[in-house]
Design a protein around this ligand. Structure first.
Ligand code: ADP
Length: 315
């Protein structure tokens, strides 16, 4: 806030000083011309010639001041726009980092607290088999969430710092996607996940990263859609391309947010009012992984509601 006030004050001050400088110089030049004119004698045979020279000189000076002043003004305005954008970007980043810290504190505390409570209950009470299974299932779910979270944080910082060495191998992407789907069905038995995965889609890739990609997209589809809705996942291969699609019938993504959701820490809405848990790292990581695998990722509207995330691999 203070920085904004100082910024605008300085900009207005510099611009006003520039205009003032122009007016002052201009009036001085005019005074000099008037003075020179008065010094001329009307009887001088070259009076006309000299007075023309004086007016020309005044005009030349005016043009010079306008040219120099305009150049200064343009340079100052370019600088001001540059500083404004840089500061705004920095402020946005700080805000997102604060959001991330808030989210992550919450995200780390909840699974640990839930797992602790469930394990204590199992230890203290002799429960029926079905109740035991329920608690174990809930604990596993929290442990999985913690696993995804730590993986996302670790891998994204390692990829950024160049510490993660991507090791690509020939792999069966169909098997990898199917095993992710199987894992999600086990983790979320109450959710409907429909799949249509073409067999033997082979590609060169880093298995861990590709798994993180599929998991993050599936996790979002589950997180941002109603419990009773269906999630579709498909993998098809054409001549030199493989297309992975994950669609949900959830809230969807407004057009103006479509490019932003792939930014680091970006989450739609406000941290205080948001219900779904997350850190804003998932899609950012997906974008990096996709780029490392000669692929592109895009998001479109699903009908009647929801979103479709499509990853297009160039094989
Ligand atoms: P996180 O889910 O941890 O917040 P992501 O990077 O995975 O972070 O997603 C960024 C944001 O994009 C989410 O906060 C959410 O607002 C939006 N988003 C992602 N996937 C979906 C989806 N399938 N449906 C609706 N919104 C989504």
């Amino acid at each position: 806030m203070v920085a904004t006030v100082v910024y605008w004050f300085l900009l207005v001050y510099i611009t006003t000083a520039l205009v003032w400088w122009f007016i002052a110089l201009q009036s001085k030049t005019h005074l000099i011309s008037v003075h020179d004119m008065m010094a001329l004698s009307p009887n001088d045979p070259s009076f006309l010639q000299k007075s023309k020279e004086i007016t020309d000189e005044e005009k030349r000076k005016t043009a010079q001041y306008i040219g120099e002043g305009a150049t200064f003004l343009v340079v100052i305005l370019i600088g001001a726009v540059f500083v404004y954008r840089a500061v705004r970007k920095q402020l946005k980043m700080t805000q997102q980092q604060q959001n991330f810290m808030m989210a992550i504190t919450h995200e780390l505390k909840t699974p640990v607290a839930v797992a602790k409570l469930n394990l204590e209950t199992l230890q203290k009470h002799k429960l029926e088999e079905s109740q035991q299974q329920k608690l174990i299932q809930a604990t596993l779910q929290e442990a999985n969430r913690l696993n995804t979270l730590t993986n996302n944080i670790l891998i994204s910082s390692q990829l950024e710092g160049g510490a993660y060495i991507i090791t690509k191998e020939d792999l069966d992407f169909s098997l990898l996607v199917s095993s992710c789907v199987k894992d999600f069905r086990r983790r979320f038995p109450q959710r409907k996940i429909a799949d249509s995965i073409e067999d033997a889609v082979d590609m060169l890739g880093d298995a861990l990263l590709l798994q993180i990609l599929v998991n993050n997209l599936l996790e979002n589809a589950i997180k941002y859609s109603p419990h009773e809705s269906v999630i579709h996942i498909s993998l098809i291969k054409t001549e030199d391309k493989a297309l992975l699609k994950i669609s949900d019938e959830g809230s969807g993504i407004p057009d103006k947010e479509k490019s932003k959701i792939f930014e680091r820490f970006y989450r739609i809405g406000n941290e205080q009012v948001r219900k779904a848990k997350g850190t804003g790292l998932g899609l950012y990581l997906c974008k990096i992984i996709v780029a490392d695998h000669n692929a592109t990722i895009s998001v479109t509207k699903n009908h009647p509601a929801g979103s479709i995330f499509a990853v297009n691999f160039h094989l």
